[in-house]
Write a protein that binds this ligand. Sequence first.
Ligand code: ADP
Ligand code: MG
Length: 214
Amino acid sequence: MLNVENLQKSFGPVPVLRGVDLALAAGETLALTGESGSGKSTLLHLIAGLDRFEGGAIRLDGTDLARLSDPGRAELRRTRVGLVFQQFNLIPSLSVGDNLAFQARLADRHDPDWQARLTERLGLAGLEARWPEQLSGGQQQRVAVGRTLAARPPLVLADEPTGNLDEDTGDAVLDLMLELVAETGAALLMVTHSDRLAARLDRRIHLSHGKVAA
Ligand code: ADP
Ligand code: MG
């Protein structure tokens, strides 16, 4: 469902991605590792349609991102791709319940039954009226996971989703995310620094000096 071919991206004169290839099948989970500054976040941003690239191709279900207009890329982000960040990125002015519903509403896929089930599974039942700042880090990241999966995107991109959590909390969030991703049939591309966490996904690629090294 995702094909990245010979992807090239520079910031000014500095090449960051120098011919990256990767493919992801529907429902497959792939870990992306690599030292700091190797271009992992940049790669996720490009796949999410958040930035343009100079060379190569990114195809999502056959759609070539380079050929999409800005509104076309926004549409793709709204309906096809879910993002989970290290910093949670909840909307502080919305309640937990409205954060959970936010992406699904944007995607015109709001389903109160599915959201209620997700809320229960994520251990967030009873917290819907709270503000994000009133939750622990682990709870906030579970809201972010729920917000993404409520919209049932076919592709979930997660950038060090447990990087801001202690090990036990991070493991619990990852367990839930993997379970729920499998349940929705989404494919997952997850950046992590942890060999232990990477080993829990179907496959792993290692980025070094702007290329897939292993
Ligand atoms: P990683 O996520 O693997 O740590 P990044 O993709 O964030 O790496 O960054 C890769 C390189 O690109 C780094 O050298 C970083 O400084 C640079 N970079 C990332 N984003 C920008 C940007 N918007 N403008 C200029 N340089 C950037
Ligand atoms: Mg990064």
